[in-house]
Design a protein around this ligand. Structure first.
Ligand SMILES: Nc1nc2c(ncn2[C@@H]2O[C@H](COP(=O)(O)OP(=O)(O)OP(=O)(O)O)[C@@H](O)[C@H]2O)c(=O)[nH]1
Length: 391
């Protein structure tokens, strides 16, 4: 009897256990659809995700056979067509807005006063000096302008502005030859050396000049003689690729002169119009620089004379940059200056100081990091851009 009672209790326990397992499963199946999926169901606190529109079933099924991806067609680097150079300075005049504030707003507001007394002339002088025109150049300029205003009895702001523009343009010596000597001659390419301190924008400017030349229909070869900074050769080659120009490079840390030599040789062999040689600008000391640059020049000249040596100067370094520049002019025969980063300075007057102090024409100006942000320097257009139109 005891066995019967024990069996009944065990059976009852098993039954309760089975019911406990089955009922929740049934309940789960009966749960309502997710909140919000039923029209009219706006239970608060629910996150409604946008459901993708229904698509035919066939499209959602994974393909039975994985098709290999179409092999991508080999993409040749697209060769770009750079902007024409004519009128670039005018197009880029907005870039000079920081400089324009100092010149345009500052100067013209003084010039528009009823009476130009000593104080007013002093303010004009201060504005020019603070725009980096340089003390000597400023004094000459203000003296001349003052004399003209006195002799001609100039009164209107427009007249004084016009005379100031003329004086600033004259200070930039518009008669200087600013052409780049990049045309091939005697059956060999023109050779252009690009020199300057680190970070002045040499490599970038080399690339931009290559674009200018290509835009003008020339063929160009680049020489990466800046073997000091590993990325420089890579950077130059990228600029070259963009316009379809070959770049001759050497081993990292190799002899810059031998890369320069090879580049010019290659340029002669393939018959390009211009070879542009980017150099390293380590300025630890003048002797080191003299040795390195002097050697590059000597070695390159085994092929023939260098046609143009461009000194790249960072406009934002102001008067300090001028001192560094002087060292280069003592080492190599600089034929032209490229003033970079004029878009980043309120002191556009540095152009006047550079020419005045170095006696070398500014041939090009850099007005941004974009590939075509390099403009031939035109004194009158530059002065107009600096002065702006609002008095
Ligand atoms: N805003 C502005 N930036 C410029 C201009 N020209 C060059 N740069 C920038 O200046 C920086 C230095 O330029 P690089 O061409 O590498 O200078 P580098 O003289 O070759 O330097 P090293 O190879 O170290 O000797 C880069 O970030 C350029 O984009 C310009 O006209 N305007």
């Amino acid at each position: 009897m005891e066995y019967v009672v024990a069996s009944l209790i065990l059976l009852a326990v098993l039954l309760v256990g089975a019911v406990g397992l089955v009922v929740p499963r049934l309940r789960r199946r009966e749960l309502p659809p997710p909140a919000g999926s039923v029209p009219g169901d706006d239970r608060a606190g629910t996150t409604t995700l946008e459901r993708p529109p229904a698509v035919p079933e066939a499209e959602t099924l994974p393909p039975l056979i994985e098709r290999p991806a179409e092999p991508a067609a080999p993409t040749a680097p697209a060769v770009e067509t750079p902007e024409p150079t004519a009128g670039r300075l005018v197009r880029l005049r907005a870039r000079l807005s920081r400089s324009q504030n100092v010149f345009g707003r500052g100067l013209l507001s003084v010039l528009s006063r009823d009476h130009l007394d000593d104080d007013a002339w002093e303010e004009i002088e201060d504005s020019l000096i603070s725009a980096d025109v340089g003390v000597e150049a400023t004094q000459v300029l203000v003296e001349r302008l003052r004399e003209r205003v006195r002799v001609l009895g100039t009164r209107t702001v427009a007249e004084v502005r016009a005379q100031l523009a003329e004086e600033l343009t004259a200070a930039l010596e518009p008669e200087l030859d600013r052409s780049l000597h990049t045309a091939p001659h005697e059956g060999r390419p023109a050779v252009v050396l690009v020199v300057g301190v680190n970070g002045a924008g040499k490599t970038t400017t080399c690339g931009k000049i290559a674009r200018v030349l290509v835009a003008d229909g020339r063929t160009v070869l680049l020489g990466a003689a800046d073997t000091f900074r590993a990325a420089a050769a890579e950077q130059l080659a990228t600029w070259g690729e963009r316009v379809g120009a070959e770049t001759v490079r050497g081993p990292e840390g190799g002899d810059p002169a031998s890369v320069a030599f090879d580049a010019v040789k290659r340029g002669i062999d393939v018959g390009v119009d211009t070879v542009l040689v980017d150099t390293a600008g380590r300025l630890q000391n003048k002797v080191g620089l003299m040795d390195e640059l002097g050697k590059v020049k000597r070695v390159v000249e085994k092929h023939g004379p260098v046609d143009e040596t461009l000194l790249i100067l960072d406009a934002t370094t102001g008067q300090n940059g001028l001192e560094q520049a002087r060292v280069f002019t003592e080492v190599v025969d600089v034929t032209g200056v490229v003033l970079t980063k004029l878009d980043g300075t309120a002191k556009g007057g540095i152009v006047i100081a550079v020419q005045n102090k170095l006696g070398i024409p500014v041939k090009l100006v850099g007005l941004g990091e974009g590939p075509d942000d390099l403009a031939p320097f035109e004194p009158a257009a530059f002065v107009e851009a600096l002065l702006g139109t609002d008095a």
